[in-house]
Design a protein around this ligand. Sequence first.
Ligand code: TRP
Length: 505
Amino acid sequence: MPRDEIRREETTWEEIRREETTWEENRRRRRLGRRFVDLDNGDEGDVPSRGDDLGGDWSRRDDVGGDSSTETTWKEVRRRDNGHGGDATVSSQLAMDVDKKDSVASDSSEQVVNPWEVAAKDGGKIDYDKLIDQFGCQRLDDSLIDRVQRLTSRQPHVFLRRGVFFAHRDFNEVLDAYERGDKFYLYTGRGPSSEALHLGHLIPFMFTKYLQEAFKVPLVIQLTDDEKCMWKNLSVEESQRLARENAKDIIACGFDVTKTFIFSDFDYVGGAFYKNMVKVAKCVTLNKAMGIFGFSGEDHIGKLSFPPVQACLSVPAVPSFPSSFPHLFPGKDKLRCLIPCAIDQDPYFRMTRDVAPRLGYSKPALIESSFFPALQASGENGKMSASDPNSAIYVTDTAKEIKNKINRYAFSGGQDSIEKHREIGANLEVDIPVKYLSFFLDDDTELEHIKKEYGEGRMLTGEVKKRLTEVLTEMVERHRMARAAVTDEMVDAFMAVRPLPSMFE
Ligand code: TRP
């Protein structure tokens, strides 16, 4: 072996030795993480068991480049080790007042929100104001919502009116550009880890559909079947099957095939997309990736190569760049991207925004939602039993199942006795039926009426639950019929790599 080869080898070994602390930390973290369970299929997950859950806090705030962001990452890892290790245990949209008893030596003095974990301080509620402050994103205030109304000439979606989507990054810039006549494109996604979707999973898709219609813009939807294959230990074929099954649910939300491209990573990654993956990967060192993803020496090298190349960097990052879709956006390298997602995904996109300027790309803008609570979540002493199908309403539930789940499990803010209820009324802050109605009951006047009557004790829990049962049964039934009408040919049509000539019309 030539001398310089040897020297290079030695450096490598030195590096590895230096990294041993990292491995130790990661092993420890992994052990902690094993205590968590994922809602998607109730299995015990490795850490991180959700592919999207790989992000890590790239940095607290945007625009922190270079070493400082690495340092923050390490601090974050240490903090997580300190009792916050583990999988988010729940899907990103269904939250997440995780049962504290499940976590190891949980340090609840701070709330934790990242793609792996959502935990409120002292088992209480997520403090979204604080989150905005910590993350350095912006609140979606009324003036922006008014602006959306003006620009689209339609009533803003209930998720905007009711503050479900409550934070953003550069959404104002996207609107400025739109006002000048420059359009943008939308990007969202799903990791196909389970067959049945619950209502929380539908929220970003319902909202994205509204944005697409209101702004008349194209949309790309990424199905990360590759990551689920690795993290859920599914076969390639099974992850691809799930991706197509999930695509049917997504299509059933009503997307316009002339403006929407749905792709599976297994099918689409290559060409221009792959080039961007490699460019992004080159911006991230192994050290950084290990800090973010918490690998141990026992992890297979597929996982090790996946995040730098895909999960954290390319899976969320690459679709944020228009040049990844040459059949859609040829010569439109400056087209802005707007990503609707739940706020636990923010760390990925902080990172994407950090890398973008280094590659000469625009930073994607974000519009971010709060979490959808589990049926049992009380908001005070939240409890989410991760493997329990009764903690969520699935789009496959029958009318009877929906009724049962709501009646038996939806946490009520009503009082124990009718007398007391009539006297002091319901505590709307912790009441799940009211919370769910505020997501899915479109009629503002009716919602206000229910809140007033129930809050002042004239309406009883049973009546509110009955109304919620009607609303959800109708919604699930509508979804079921729409999904039944989605054929394999339609899935193929949405997933075909093709130009979308009328995508801005
Ligand atoms: N990681 C997400 C999940 O597992 C899927 C995803 C990929 C996504 N890209 C996205 C979600 C962009 C929101 C926005 O569900």
